[in-house]
Design a protein around this ligand. Sequence first.
Ligand code: ZN
Length: 125
Amino acid sequence: MTSLLESLSSKVGTIVEIAKTLGNAELMLEIGELQMRLADLKIEHAALKDENRELKAEAENEKNNPLVYDGEVYRCNDGHAFCPGCHDGNRKRVHLKKGWYTLGISSSPIWNCPICKNTFSRQDN
Ligand SMILES: [Zn+2]
């Protein structure tokens, strides 16, 4: 796709040079719009490539180190805790942070998600 975009850019450049020699203002305006749309296409293409790279990395990660739901949160092989809301909703691995829920004089251990802000009860202290 990148070489196709480069080829298109090169072709548009050639057309611009031809249009300049013709001196047709309306044609130059149309070509200018074509160049802008081509630039937008390049930006969109780069964003899709980035997204594709991230999705491939996530799929690889899921294959090599799958998460297991322990009834409250997801755990990976080394025991780290991940947010079930973020994982189930967006397929994102978000590390949970240890925290405490305090009500009056009693506190209970919880997991906090830094992204979706949900909390989950924590068994370990
Ligand atoms: Zn979350």
